[in-house]
Structure formats: structure tokens, C-alpha cells
Design a protein around this ligand. Structure first.
Ligand SMILES: NC(=O)c1ccc[n+]([C@@H]2O[C@H](COP(=O)([O-])OP(=O)(O)OC[C@H]3O[C@@H](n4cnc5c(N)ncnc54)[C@H](O)[C@@H]3O)[C@@H](O)[C@H]2O)c1
Ligand SMILES: [Zn+2]
Length: 370
């Protein structure tokens, strides 16, 4: 079993140290039981979705049981629809039925859906239970399992109800990525590439060199991309845990466009990472139109997107986007706009971005139409 550990360091008023380890590698799920046991867990509730319950979640249960921890597995349906008040209520009821108390540790095994839902239930039940994240999608390993954002969707919008609730630890088992459907895996690579653009030119260059190995899911390549991405996300979260200084906002590179594409396409048409890929392509063009990047920036980012199997335009997804004005109207309602002005995270070079306010809507329209 090879493994690498990243320490996410947090401070705060609470006396207890809230820092935690992100353990990355092959077979690290098997170390879950000893870590929870070391943290004095007597009982555990594992929450998983139906796609991973018989495989990866069963392995987590075996590790916990093997460490002498009495463990119950709860299963939710696979898919975004489980990030709902209905499923949160069901889990709260199950926790009550199982007489879950503060000595019970909650373990989320699955993608971002399971992690966000389970994290929210752990944050709220009995005013907060110890939580462990065991991410099994690339998106979850490089993004959603790290940083403590949890939540559910309402009909009125995604992630509208939630809480910051940091896990006690994260176990990103690279082996779980082997069973991930190709479209899900590739979509997750958009967030990986994003870290290179916003924070790490060297990592971007590494991806350019190793794109083929990444797409073949060679374990060494997977370990590297998850480790680098997790370290960069941890770096941001450590400096802006609650998104108050603006630093955490740089993680939204490509996302103002992406959210508009996702909303316009309707739930289930585009995967989030696909929308982020064409969102980053659009943001790069916007930065070029503003003279904020050298012209070759756009071409370099486009070619890495393509090399990783990601789309650069909506046409690559055989999706016809609506008129630019409709997309602009959606962006105007996005919670990331400030006082009706358009705000974007824009690159200045590979490895550096800035938050830019007051962008002219006419320019954004031109980018969308080009
Ligand atoms: N909390 C955060 O900071 C944060 C960040 C990014 C995204 N998110 C949220 O994450 C969610 C998306 O996460 P996701 O992309 O992981 O989606 P997901 O959880 O729906 O997983 C994608 C699909 O893969 C299946 N699956 C999971 N692991 C598998 C495996 N190892 N093998 C085979 N199939 C597997 C799932 O059942 C599902 O069908 C969204 O709700 C988004 O809002 C949260
Ligand atoms: Zn994202």
C-alpha cells in the first residue's frame, strides 16, 4: 500500500485541534478502521450510495468492523437527487432510530453527492458528529471531500442549505477510481486542470507532459494528480476557510460561465466538470479580450483541455447553448455577482488568477457568441 499524507491545518476558537490528514494512495480505505479507532470511535455509521455500497463501502465497513467498531451501513440512491431535504430527513430519522450519539462516527463513502449530504447530516444531527470522508470519485477526491463545505439542494437552487463542517480525516483511495465511468472520470479532470491554472504552473506543465498516462488512469499518475490537487485545495482552505477573504473564490475559475451553462442546459445534460471545461475556455477568451493574458494562453489551455478529453466548446458536447443574452441573464442572478455587476475569476498567466469586478456585459456577450 503506497500512501501520501497531506495535513490541512486550521485554527480557531475551539480548543480542540481541527486540523486533519488527507491520506491518498492505493488501498488506503483499509486504514480507515485504525484511524477511527484511534479517534476513540465506538460505533460508526457508513453512508454510501447504491453504486458503491457493495464494493468500496463494504470495504470501509470491513475495515471499521475489523478495528472493533460496531458499524451500520446506510444506503441512499445514486445521483444528485439524493442531495435533498427528503434524504437528509431520512438519514436524521435513521440516526435517531439507531440511537446515534456523539461517540458515533459518521463515514461518507462515495462522490460529492454522498459527501455533501452526509456531511450536512453529520453537521446537524445532535449538533454535530465526527465525520470522515472517503471520496470515491475524482471530483470528490480533488475537491468536494476537502474543505468542509456540506449541503443539500432546494428546488430554488443548488447547495442553498448547508453548513461548514470539517471532517476528522479524508481517505482518498486511488483504487476506487478504477470503477468510475469514463465520463465521470474525465469530467473530474476539469477541476484538476483548474488547480494548475489558478495556482501551479509547474503542475500545469506536468499535466501537459503526462496527459496520456492520466487518461489511462495509471496509478502513479492518479496519485500525483490527486495529491497535487488536494494539496492546493487544502492550501486555499487553510487561508480562507469560510470564503471571507476572497482567496477561496479563486476556486471558482470558469464557474460563473459553468453555472450559467448548467442552468441553461437543465439538470443532467452536462456534467459539472464538462461545464467547467467550457467555462474555463470562455474565461480564458474573456481574459484575452481584456488584454489580461498573452494570446498563447488560450491556445495552451485549450490544448490541455483537449488532451485530457475535455470539451472546449458546447459544440463538442453536442449541446446547443441558448442565446448569449439568456446566459447573461442567468449570470446576473448567480450568487457570485456583486450588486448586479459581473464578477469573474480571470487568469493573468498559467498559475495565477485574480478576482475581477465590473466586467462589461457587452464583452462577455461577444465571448459567448464567438
Ligand atoms: N462540498 C464541496 O466543496 C463541493 C465541491 C465540488 C462539488 N460538490 C458537489 O459534488 C457533487 C458532484 O460530485 P460527483 O461528481 O462526485 O458526483 P456523484 O456523487 O453523483 O458521483 C457520480 C456518479 O458516480 C458514481 N460513483 C461514485 N463513485 C464511484 C466509483 N468509485 N465507481 C463507480 N461509480 C461511482 C455515483 O454513484 C454517481 O452515479 C455535486 O452535488 C456538487 O455540488 C461539492
Ligand atoms: Zn466545480
Amino acid at each position: 500500500m503506497s500512501r501520501r499524507t497531506i495535513r490541512l491545518r486550521l485554527d480557531g476558537a475551539a480548543a480542540a485541534d481541527r486540523s486533519y490528514a488527507i491520506v491518498i494512495g492505493r488501498g488506503v480505505i483499509d486504514a480507515l478502521g485504525s484511524s477511527c479507532g484511534g479517534a476513540a470511535a465506538r460505533r460508526a455509521v457508513v453512508v454510501a450510495d447504491a453504486a458503491v455500497a457493495p464494493t468500496h463501502a463494504a470495504r470501509a465497513v470491513a475495515s471499521l468492523t475489523g478495528a472493533g467498531i460496531e458499524t451500520t451501513l446506510l444506503v441512499v440512491p445514486a445521483g444528485e437527487a439524493s442531495k435533498s431535504a427528503t434524504h437528509a430527513t431520512r438519514l436524521w430519522s435513521d440516526f435517531a432510530r439507531l440511537a446515534v450519539d456523539r461517540h458515533t462516527h459518521v463515514v461518507a463513502v462515495g462522490g460529492g453527492v454522498v459527501g455533501d449530504l452526509t456531511g450536512f447530516v453529520a453537521a446537524t444531527f445532535a449538533r454535530g458528529l465526527p465525520l470522515w470522508q472517503v471520496p470515491t470519485t475524482l471530483v470528490a477526491q480533488v475537491d468536494s471531500a476537502i474543505g468542509g463545505k456540506t449541503g443539500i439542494n432546494l428546488e430554488a437552487g443548488k447547495n442553498l442549505v448547508g453548513a461548514f463542517w470539517q471532517p476528522r480525516g479524508v481517505f482518498a483511495d486511488i483504487d476506487t477510481l478504477a470503477t468510475l465511468p469514463d465520463r465521470e472520470f474525465t469530467s473530474g479532470l476539469a477541476e484538476v486542470l483548474k488547480y494548475g491554472v489558478i495556482l501551479d504552473a509547474e503542475f500545469f506543465a506536468w499535466l501537459e507532459e503526462h496527459a496520456a498516462a492520466v487518461r489511462r488512469r495509471e496509478p502513479a499518475a492518479l496519485e500525483h494528480i490527486v495529491e497535487r490537487s488536494a494539496a492546493l485545495k487544502a492550501h486555499v482552505v487553510e487561508r480562507d476557510e469560510h470564503e471571507t477573504t476572497g482567496l477561496r473564490a479563486i476556486l471558482n475559475y470558469g464557474h460563473t460561465f459553468a453555472h450559467a451553462f448548467e442552468t441553461a442546459a437543465g439538470y443532467g445534460t452536462l456534467l459539472h466538470g464538462e461545464a467547467v471545461a467550457i467555462g474555463m475556455a470562455a474565461a480564458a477568451r474573456l481574459a484575452a479580450a481584456l488584454g489580461r493574458v498573452e494570446p498563447d494562453f488560450v491556445a495552451r489551455q485549450d490544448s490541455l483541455l483537449r488532451a485530457l478529453g475535455l470539451p472546449v466548446t458546447a459544440a463538442h458536447l453536442s449541446w446547443t447553448p441558448p442565446a448569449a443574452d439568456d446566459l447573461l441573464a442567468i449570470m446576473g442572478r448567480d450568487k457570485k455577482t456583486l450588486n448586479g455587476q459581473l464578477r469573474f475569476v480571470l487568469p493573468t498567466r498559467i498559475g495565477h488568477v485574480e478576482l475581477v469586478d465590473g466586467i462589461d456585459a457587452a464583452l462577455v456577450r461577444r465571448v459567448l457568441e464567438s
